[in-house]
Structure formats: C-alpha cells, structure tokens
Write a protein that binds this ligand. Structure first.
Ligand SMILES: [Fe+2]
Length: 321
C-alpha cells in the first residue's frame, strides 16, 4: 500500500517538475538522449524488504512486458547498495548481447519461470550504486531481483524515457497514455471541466490502436473516467466498421450539441486531413472532446496543439508499418 501511495505521489505537480528538470538538464545532455523526450507519467517506487522470497520479481526484459525497443529504463537507488555485502539488495542485470541470446533461447526452449530465473540469474551481476547514481539500460537487458539477505531494506525509483525520433517504436506503451511529453506545446495536462452540455460516448475499432481493444473494455475505461470526473452521459455512438474516415464521429462533431467522450486520442483518424476536419469542426462549434486513455481534454487551440504534439511524438499516421 505504501509503495502504491508513493507511486501515485510521483504524479504530483511538484514531483513531475523535478523529474522533468532532471531529465532535461542532467540526463539528456549526459547520455545523448535526443529531445523531444517522453517521460513515464507514473514512476515506480520500490521497497525491497529483506528476507522476502515472495517479493522477488522474476528476471525479465522490458520487451517481454510490452515495452518498445526505443525507450530506456532508469534505475535510481535511494539506499546505498555499493558495498559488496549489499549485493543481494541491488538490481541484478545481464549485459545486452547475452540478454538477447538468453531471451531468445528461453522463448524457443519454452522455459518456465523457474528455469528462466536460474539461467538468467546465473548470467546476472548486482549493480553497484548509491543515492545520486543512475543506471540507464535498454528494454532488452534482462534484469530482476534475488532474495535480499542483507538484513536491510532497499528503496529505489525507476521509470522510462523515450525519444520522439523513435516514437513509433514503443510497442504497447504509446505516447500520451504511458509517456507524458517533456517540453512540448501545452504539455501540462488540462483538467476535465464541466461545460454544462450533454455528453455522448464514442467508441470505435477503426484505427490501428483501437482495433485490438474490444469495445466492452473500452467502455469500462470510459465509464470509469466519467465517474471520476462527474460526467453524465446520454448516448453511446459506435463507429461503422472499416470506415477509416470515421463518418459517425464526423457527424457527431458537426451536428450534435454535445461534448464527446472518446476512448483515446488514437481513436482519431490517422490521416491528417480527416483528423483536421473533425477537430476543426469540434473547436469551431465550441465542443469539448475528452480522451480517456490519455486523460486529455481538447476544448481550445492550445489543447489541440498538445494533442497533435502527442500524435506527432508517436508518429501517428507517419510510420511505414
Ligand atoms: Fe523491469
């Protein structure tokens, strides 16, 4: 519970600013990360108590948990694990080349969790680091924990950063939801604000991002958002299958006197012309569009720049695949 509260606290304004300053002013110049950058919105704070075999996280790579090859992980110990006697409290990591070979062979040999723990663990070494140190590693590096037998609790923070130049290679952790943008126009999230208009919900399976998300699951997230923001809704629209220009959404923004709650910014058309027409129409008519997955509201030009900034980061509609 404490760990979850701490992770939530990393989303506070003050902490977010601290992380942004650190990534912009310290990390990027020293590591060659090229801006624009995205930063994980909720950081992980981990408390590793001693002698808790059940709390040991199995060895894994970021790729195996749906992260794209383009992001980098940062690990920052808040307690000192530099001394050799502290090695079991530290992060255990495997070199890149060996990680690639081991991960592929584990998949091919259909290894179980215990077998992977044994093989990956044997190839790993403990990171020697203390407060103020940062370890930067790729989504291909195998890493994990062993049982902390130091008798002391280890606390660490970890999060990921992503570069816009590879923004279409973030696998399931697409910009906007998982990553917030650093230093782009209107990058501070705008709170949902009541307009007094009626609301309608809009769902589709028509884009690359939404085609794999069943509507009943989209609906759960949308309803959750409505509850959290006190949004009452009156109707649900569902898009016509295989109509990439999203005629139902175009109709809604052009004709309804309603604000619209959408599952995601990636439910908008990938093609800039169709997307521009929809956003033009919504803004001209003073409608408010809610995008649940990214917690983004578009009601004016600045909001729209923010939205387009995220889509550009993700290379939405631009990548070859
Ligand atoms: Fe990890």
């Amino acid at each position: 519970v404490l760990s979850k509260d701490l992770c939530a606290a990393t989303h506070s304004r003050e902490f977010t600013e601290l992380v942004r300053d650190f990534v912009r002013d310290e990390l990027a110049p020293r590591t060659g990360l090229v801006p624009p950058l995205g930063i994980q919105r909720y950081l992980n704070v981990r408390i590793m108590l001693p002698d808790r075999p059940q709390g040991v996280f199995p060895f894994h790579t970021g790729l195996l948990y749906g992260h794209g090859e383009a992001s980098r992980s940062l690990w920052m110990p808040l307690t000192d694990v530099r001394d050799a006697s502290m090695s079991s409290a530290s992060l255990q990591i495997v070199g890149l080349d060996e990680s690639r070979v081991l991960a592929e062979s584990a998949r091919e040999a259909r290894l179980g969790i215990d077998e992977m723990a044994e093989r990956f663990g044997a190839a790993s070494w403990p990171v020697s680091a203390g407060p103020g140190d940062v370890l930067l590693f790729t989504q291909e590096n195998i890493h994990g924990n062993v049982v902390n037998v130091t008798g002391r609790t280890r606390v660490s923070i970890d999060f990921r950063v992503a570069e816009a130049r590879f923004g279409d290679r973030l696998a399931r952790k697409i910009a906007g939801g998982y990553f917030g943008l650093l230093d782009t126009a209107g990058n501070s999230p705008r709170a949902a604000r009541p307009t007094g208009r009626q609301n309608v919900l809009y769902l589709n399976n028509n884009t690359r991002s939404t085609e794999g998300v069943p509507v009943h699951l989209q609906r759960l997230m949308v309803l959750d958002y409505c509850r959290a923001h006190g949004i009452d809704y009156h109707f649900e629209y569902f898009e016509l299958e295989r109509m990439d220009h999203l005629p139902t959404l175009a109709h809604a923004v052009a004709n309804l006197e309603c604000d619209i709650v959408l599952y995601s910014i990636y439910a908008l058309p990938e093609g800039p012309a169709a997307r521009t027409a929809i956003l033009d129409s919504a803004l001209e008519r003073g409608l408010c569009l809610h995008f649940v997955n990214e917690d983004v509201v578009v009601a004016d030009r600045q909001d729209r720049e923010h939205l387009e900034g995220i889509l550009a980061f993700a290379r939405w509609g631009q990548s070859e695949t």
